[in-house]
Design a protein. Structure first.
Length: 159
């Protein structure tokens, strides 16, 4: 067995184990931020721990604090790309003095415990129209075609 076949069969086995529930999915663990980030002294790597803060926003934060240090956390909303809503969301993890103590903690997500999911109801057979009734409309079919195609129209002369 060559290397390509080995890696492909290993991938198939892992996929099968994942589908059977033997391997937990990668999304079963959620990274959360614990601690605070000091806006005036944090390194770019520490600023990257904040959710929604990428390389461009990090550059803007560093440029802003180089000109004048942050006096309050609310000043962060002056940075381009960061609004009041984001500041409100991150407020518990922001500081303007003291050490930066932030770190990402990965914790498994607790499984949802509850009643089992209900099975889908069995498919109902399509109802057939009774004699003298017109058939139900099909998707995309205009109503006037269904009436003309029905078993008969007493207003029109027979064909």
């Amino acid at each position: 067995m060559d290397a390509d076949n080995k890696s492909m069969s290993r991938g198939c086995v892992l996929t099968l184990m994942f589908m059977l529930g033997l391997v937990p999915p990668a999304r079963a663990q959620k990274a959360t931020l614990e601690g605070v980030v000091n806006l005036n002294t944090a390194s770019p790597e520490e600023l990257r721990l904040l959710s929604g803060v990428g390389p461009a926003r990090i550059r803007n934060i560093l440029a802003y604090r180089h000109k004048h240090p942050f006096r309050t956390v609310e000043e962060l909303a002056r940075i381009k790309g960061i609004g009041r809503k984001m500041v409100r969301h991150l407020r518990g993890h922001l500081a303007v003095n003291g050490p930066t103590t932030a770190q990402k903690i990965i914790r498994p997500v607790a499984p949802v415990v509850g009643p089992p999911a209900a099975a889908a109801p069995p498919a109902r057979p399509q109802a057939r129209p009774l004699p003298g009734q017109r058939p139900p409309l099909r998707k995309g079919e205009p109503a006037h075609q269904a009436i003309a195609a029905s078993q008969g129209n007493s207003c029109l002369p027979p064909p």
